[in-house]
Write a protein that binds this ligand. Structure first.
Ligand SMILES: C[S@@+](CC[C@H](N)C(=O)[O-])C[C@H]1O[C@@H](n2cnc3c(N)ncnc32)[C@H](O)[C@@H]1O
Length: 328
């Protein structure tokens, strides 16, 4: 049994005997103990075998006194191995409303409260804001990689433990790593895969390798527009690069989508292009040519929109548009 939980249970057990109230529930025992005068409380602490009565008075017993809905969630975490310090930090963030109940319940079920604390330490409450302001990771940025904090949040939000997460443009495999860490099954491949964590495979051959409708979550993080212009765009082709990029993305999305189960989620991560572009006339409307390639792209594939996140790094130098859709 986890150490903190052992202490927690022993305190309540000894408390019941000390108060001579064998049938009282945990909360009643804890609040009655907190009402004892100093001398009796010291006697009780000695009975439990804990030197610091402060720890009992300000940590263990107040946790036992917590009402639903937060009380049972924190007790579940203690039983699963959380320390008193972790339970207290989570409680404090819950009270300050920087962590929601649903998030805590999920962390209790999935045993991921440590990741929750680590992410919040970096930027309190970043993933609950309308725009995700995420901590900088210069290593990932250097190769257009997905920021690890974002990768973890996406896997946690849009898949369940045991489900299969597939990333066919996995780069160095950050999504695969986070998915495995969170108890998901994971497949990562990339045209330039290293053959270990990430298989070497063109996304065009993904269905052949995995079969149809196997993935619960499909993460697609294609090369950026800047990379596309440098590496793929052929100036002899008449289409402007913007339109060509959208076609290219659409084609690659088309390769990957068949592996997704019906009802499965697609997370598409793209970097919007902000440089001013000429105005074009489209369906009678004058608009920027590169306003929102995502919308153009997604209109060609049958996906139900679930959510659209905007993610910007804390230093403002990196941003991603993240579309989440559901395959009907
Ligand atoms: C933006 S990066 C993804 C980075 C990855 N999410 C990470 O954090 O490491 C895009 C990736 O797409 C890969 N790629 C480009 N064309 C591909 C293709 N046809 N099939 C599979 N992967 C491809 C590139 O090699 C690159 O690693």
């Amino acid at each position: 049994m986890p150490k903190a939980y052992q202490v927690y249970q022993r305190v309540l057990q000894v408390g019941r005997v000390f108060l001579n109230r064998p049938k009282a529930d945990d909360r009643e025992v804890a609040s009655s103990l907190l009402e004892l005068d100093q001398a009796n409380f010291a006697l009780f602490a000695r009975e439990v075998g804990i030197n610091s009565s402060k720890h009992l008075r300000y940590t263990v017993l107040p946790l036992a006194c917590l009402q639903p809905p937060i009380g049972p969630v924190l007790h579940q975490m203690l039983a699963a191995g959380a320390s008193f310090a972790e339970a207290q930090k989570l409680l404090s963030r819950y009270r300050k409303r920087t962590l929601g109940l649903a998030e805590l319940q999920r962390a209790a079920q999935e045993h991921t409260w440590r990741a929750l604390l680590a992410a919040r330490r970096a930027t309190p409450d970043w993933a609950n804001r309308p725009v995700w302001i995420f901590p900088v990771d210069k290593r990932a940025r250097a190769y257009e990689g997905l920021n690890p904090t974002i990768a973890e949040e996406l896997v946690r939000r849009y898949s369940q433990p045991g489900e299969l997460v597939v990333d066919p443009m996995a780069g160095k495999g950050v999504v695969v790593q986070k998915a495995q860490k969170l108890g998901r099954q994971a497949w990562g491949s990339d045209i330039a895969g290293d053959g270990r964590l990430v298989q070497t495979l063109d996304v065009a051959a993904l269905v052949e390798a995995l079969g149809e409708e196997v993935a619960d979550l499909l993460v697609l993080h294609p090369p950026t527009f800047a990379w596309f212009v440098r590496n793929v765009f052929d100036a002899r082709v008449e289409d402007p690069p913007e339109a060509d990029y959208t076609n290219w993305l659409s084609q690659h999305l088309g390769y990957a989508l068949p592996v997704l189960k019906r009802g499965g989620r697609l997370v598409l991560i793209v970097r919007p292009e902000h440089k001013p572009r000429p105005l074009v006339r489209q369906e009678g409307i004058l608009r920027w040519a590169f306003v929102a390639p995502l919308e153009l792209l997604l209109s060609e594939h049958e996906l139900e929109p679930v959510c659209y996140h905007l993610a910007v790094s804390e230093d403002g130098k990196e941003d991603w548009s993240i579309f989440v859709g559901r395959k009907p």
